[in-house]
Each structure stands twice: as C-alpha cells, then as structure tokens.
Design a binder for this molecule. Structure first.
Ligand SMILES: [Zn+2]
Length: 332
C-alpha cells in the first residue's frame, strides 16, 4: 500500500525566512523529514522594521488560512537575535532592539521562535541536509556577508545571550575594508560575495580585456559576483584567480573555527556557493594548510549545503516545533 498523504501526528509548523527584501514562508512537516507542504512569498522594502514585521505576519496568515494542524512558527532573520527573540542589532538591516518574537506571537496566537537566519539554516542542514548524521556541525553561509551557525553535541549552540556564531565579524585584516558592523577588516569583508564584487571591479579596471569585464558590459563598476563566477566557469583566468583568493581566505578562517569548535563537518552555504569548486577547492586547500596538526586529526570535510534557500525556513519550523515539544514534555 502506498504511504497515505496524511500529515504526521506531531503536526505542522510554519517556517519563515525574513530576508532584507523578501519574506518567504513555508508550511513544514517536521515529523516527515521536513517535507514542505506549502509556500508563500511577499516582497518587502528593506530598511523598515515595521514593514518587515507586517510582511512576516502577512505571509504566516496566508499560510494559516483554512489550514488545520499548524502548531508553531519559526522565523529566521538576519542580525543579532537574543534568547527572547528580540532583534537587537543587524549590520545591514533596520532591526534595532525590536521585539519581533513577541510581536508575531501576539498577532498570530501561536508559539513562536525567532532566531538568527544562519542559526536556523544550520539547524535545517543539520536535521535534513548536508549535516545529517553528524553531531557537531559548523555552517558558514557565504552571501553578501558571512553568517554562521554552530551545532554542538546535537544542539544548536546559542551562547549566553543568543549571539553566538557571528563568525563574519572576526577581524582578520587590521585596517582592512570597512564593515557594516563599523569595524575594519572583518572576515566577511575579505571572504564573502562582497570581496568577490570588490576584487572583480578592481580586476576589470586592471584587465579590461578579461572576460569578466566583458560580461559586465565593459563597465568595471558593474561587475558583480555572478559575472566573476560566470567568467571563471567560461575559462577566464582572472576571474578564477579572484575566486581562488577569496576561497583561500575562506579556508583560513574555517581552519581557525575548526580549531575552536572541532566539528565533524563544515557545511558551506549561501549565494557564493554558485561558484562551486572554484571557491571550495582553494578553501579546502587553505584549510588543510592552516588547521592545527592536520595529519594528527580526522579529515574534516568542507561540503556544499544541500538545501539551498529553503534551509532557513525549514530549520526555523523544525526548531519551533522542537522547542514546543520540549516544553510540552517538561510540563507533563
Ligand atoms: Zn564586521
């Protein structure tokens, strides 16, 4: 007999990925391998905390409309989120001391968990993606900046206040490029999409004959990370060198984090992963050079994330459901 298409007995959860410019919500069945049951997306103007909150509530309402069985809501948002789900600060978004979790809970009347976007993505990859079967996992998301999520001993590691794993803001280049957090030379300024953009523009000025300059229509200021990746995939050595340099910085940083955390696996996600092994191979090589005593420790695989853009929302939903189940277990 085919498996019935019924939902699992544990119920459903909504997971929301609240990005800077769009809010995507999923209905997830955590008891069935994080299966996605439904999805909605709303475009939201960046730089406005109130409008972003309304968009999150709107997406969740659309998903709840006429549907039974949703028991919890999880939200992942970029920035520093404390243990009560207050958005304390975000380098690139408008969140400042904003009680997002309480606002959503009040509006929808469902148990809600708000956590950092990379934390929930780490949880998604750990439960259902590239980190499955491990106990200790580091997620590094390489997008415009660098986010991180740590799973330690099978649990999401949040620190004393909820701010753990802000790995993009370790200073690796004193007096380096200015970061959104206010410091100079943070890791995310030299090893993320922003670094690829910056080195790409510089290379297009110095090598106007290179394919990456041509792909940007000859305007060095129009060079994006995507043009660099496309050029590298089409054999442009200038573009390949840029990805190799950024990959090297990525691998060196990962080595430092592996020295601290000792994970079984490092999962690399985020938009820059489109560059594939142009970025990851140099990262693996630099990692092997930089990690402490590589010949005296098990190999730590550095692998691409498996769940794409859904990792955050699926992870947020599962996290919200896990928290609810734990609370229920404690109260019985
Ligand atoms: Zn920074």
């Amino acid at each position: 007999m085919p498996e019935p298409e019924s939902e699992s007995t544990d119920g459903l959860a909504i997971g929301v990925d609240a990005g800077g410019t769009k809010v995507e919500g999923l209905v997830v069945d955590p008891g069935r391998e994080g299966r996605i049951v439904d999805r909605r997306r709303v475009v939201t103007p960046a730089e406005d905390a109130e409008q972003s909150t309304s968009a999150i509530i709107e997406v969740a309402r659309q998903l709840l409309d006429g549907r039974e069985g949703v028991r919890a809501i999880g939200v992942g948002a970029a920035g520093m989120v404390d243990l009560r789900g207050v958005m304390r600060f975000a380098p690139n978004v408008a969140w400042r001391e904003f009680p997002l979790q309480a606002r959503i809970e009040d509006a929808l009347g469902l148990p809600t968990v708000v956590d950092n976007d990379a934390n929930v993505a780490a949880w998604g990859e750990f439960r259902f993606g590239a980190g499955r079967g491990t106990t200790d996992m580091l997620l590094v998301t390489v997008g415009t900046g660098i986010g991180g999520g740590i799973v330690a001993g099978g649990k999401l590691f949040r620190g004393a206040y909820g701010f753990a794993a802000e790995i993009g803001h370790i200073i690796v280049e004193p007096n380096g490029p200015r970061c959104g957090c206010g410091n100079l030379g943070c890791w995310e300024q030299v090893a993320s999409g922003r670094a690829i953009d910056r080195l790409g523009r510089q290379a297009a000025r110095e090598h106007p004959e290179a394919l990456l300059a041509e792909l940007a229509g000859g305007d060095p200021e129009a060079v994006t990370g995507r043009a660099v990746t496309d050029a590298a995939k089409n054999g442009d050595p200038v573009a390949a060198r840029i990805l190799s340099e950024v990959g090297r910085r990525l691998g060196e940083g990962i080595a430092g984090l592996v020295n601290v955390l000792d994970p079984d696996v490092v999962v690399v996600g985020g938009g820059a992963i489109e560059a594939g092994d142009f970025l990851l191979e140099p990262a693996r090589e630099a990692f092997r050079q930089a990690v402490e005593a590589p010949r005296h420790r098990p190999d730590v695989p550095i692998v691409a994330a498996a769940m794409g853009n859904d990792a955050g929302a699926v992870g947020a939903a599962d996290l919200a459901m896990s928290k609810l189940t734990e609370q229920e277990r404690r109260s019985t």
